[in-house]
Design a protein around this ligand. Structure first.
Ligand SMILES: [Zn+2]
Length: 178
């Protein structure tokens, strides 16, 4: 959804991906709630504090929102928590906040951990590769789309460029960032 800046604590460094605004507009037009689920191990590593993460998320919400839920994991890879992707906790928590079942959610992300978290939660995962996506992650993903907008159009059952939306064709969507 936004250009990856590792351990970003600066709201001014937030840049939307090219199709993110259009993709989110389509979801909102279809009445589908959206959430952000992100790993923020910079907190556990002492590189970020929660205020910085909240400020960055507020900037993302300002650029691309309003989101119906924003949840993140503050733990490190060695902490053994249940929320750090590829574990399911963020997806199940976001679904709970959206008032929908994980099975009715789609998680769109750019690394294997995103689609693995989706699968672990019983949600649909869609991989939209970026420069940091490894080829093995692309091969393993259940669905791969070239852009966030293409992913949303696929989920909504639309051909690219279609003018109308059919809410009945789409599930609920959960958006994932890093
Ligand atoms: Zn966690």
């Amino acid at each position: 959804m936004v250009v990856d800046v590792p351990f970003n604590g600066d709201p001014a460094a937030v840049r939307a991906m090219p199709t993110a605004a259009a993709a989110l507009a389509r979801l909102r037009a279809a009445g589908i709630p959206t959430a952000i689920v992100s790993n923020q191990s910079g907190i556990a590593r002492g590189l970020l504090d929660r205020e910085q993460v909240d400020a960055v998320n507020a900037r993302v919400d300002e650029l691309l929102g309003p989101f119906d839920a924003i949840v993140y994991c503050p733990h490190g890879p060695e902490d053994g928590c249940g929320c750090r992707k590829p574990r399911p906790g963020l997806v199940t928590r976001a679904a709970e906040l959206l008032g929908v079942a994980p099975a009715d959610c789609a998680v769109i992300g750019d690394i294997g951990a995103d689609v693995e978290a989706a699968a672990a939660a019983g949600a649909r995962g869609v991989l939209v590769p970026t420069e940091r996506t490894r080829s093995a992650e692309i091969e393993a993903a259940p669905q791969v789309e070239p852009t966030l907008l293409a992913a949303v159009e696929s989920l909504l059952g639309l051909a690219p460029g279609a003018e109308t939306l059919d809410p009945a064709a789409g599930g609920r969507a959960v958006e994932a960032t890093a």
